[in-house]
Design a protein around this ligand. Structure first.
Ligand SMILES: NC(=O)c1ccc[n+]([C@@H]2O[C@H](COP(=O)([O-])OP(=O)(O)OC[C@H]3O[C@@H](n4cnc5c(N)ncnc54)[C@H](OP(=O)(O)O)[C@@H]3O)[C@@H](O)[C@H]2O)c1
Length: 231
């Protein structure tokens, strides 16, 4: 690593997290966290090939003890809590393990990772916690009883944390995308409907990260202009 600021992206092995890591690498040394070591290595190589610096952290963010150990002593300026899972099913079809996994990755891991890095941010008087939410964090749909519930919790977590740490100089933002073209939840979009690309979300994250020191953009919602129109 260099003397550039450090950013940590969870869920950086693919999809939106990978796109965010690639963009952040223009200005930051990037810690890439996820479970798939080979995929993380590929993202790290992409960043290195483009002249940036990255370190792969093979980490299950639901394992609080492992997270605390891996992040101990790391001075991270920008934390992007992106890792997430979605099982879209009506409650009556949702298995207890599916409910639990969404709670663990989408909600409990937010606590583990943020709790590990926030003391350093507060002590330094600066830092930025960015969380990838979802439009499902403020709306409801059939099949969202588990997933949308976790994303509503994300919105609550983010706003409470923002009020708690802003006077310490730490920013908290939520970027909430609509449907994005990734392997997320194993579903594909309805035929003929347009989706965001992962890099569209990464661009929104960069716009939030690159605000003036005294300016906080707390919430951003990103959508395709028209889901019915080809991009
Ligand atoms: N795609 C969409 O339509 C959409 C819309 C709105 C919001 N979002 C949100 O965007 C975020 C990223 O989603 P995506 O579409 O990029 O999904 P994705 O392609 O499935 O990627 C999910 C990422 O999360 C990581 N992850 C899952 N469980 C983990 C664990 N226990 N520990 C560490 N990392 C873990 C995965 O890495 P490993 O498997 O290597 O661990 C992977 O890198 C999620 O928070 C999701 O809720 C997505």
């Amino acid at each position: 690593m260099t003397d550039r600021p450090v950013a940590l992206v969870t869920g950086a092995s693919r999809g939106i997290g990978r796109a965010i890591a690639l963009r952040l690498a223009a200005t930051h040394d990037v810690l890439l966290a996820a479970r798939d070591a080979a995929a993380l290595r590929r993202v790290a190589e992409e960043i290195t090939a483009a002249g940036g610096r990255a370190e792969a952290l093979v980490l299950d963010v639901t394992d609080g003890a492992a997270v605390a150990q891996a992040l101990q002593g790391r001075a991270v300026e920008v934390l992007v809590n992106n890792a997430g899972v979605g099982v879209m099913k009506p409650l009556l079809e949702l298995a207890p393990a599916e409910w639990q996994r969404m709670m663990d990755v989408n909600v409990n891991a937010l606590f583990h990772v943020t709790r590990a890095l926030l003391p350093g941010m507060v002590a330094r008087g600066r830092g930025h916690v960015v969380i990838i939410g979802s439009i499902a964090g403020r709306s409801a749909f059939v099949g969202g009883a588990g997933y949308a519930t976790t994303k509503h919790a994300v919105m609550g977590f983010a706003e409470n944390l923002m009020l708690e740490v802003r006077d310490a100089g730490v920013k908290v933002s939520v970027v909430s995308p609509g449907s994005v073209e990734t392997a997320f939840s194993g579903r594909s979009a309805p035929k003929g409907s347009a989706q965001l690309r992962p890099d569209d979300v990464a661009a929104a994250v960069m716009s939030v990260v690159n605000t003036a020191p005294e300016v906080l953009v707390h919430r951003v919602e990103v959508r395709v202009l028209s889901p019915k129109r080809e991009r």
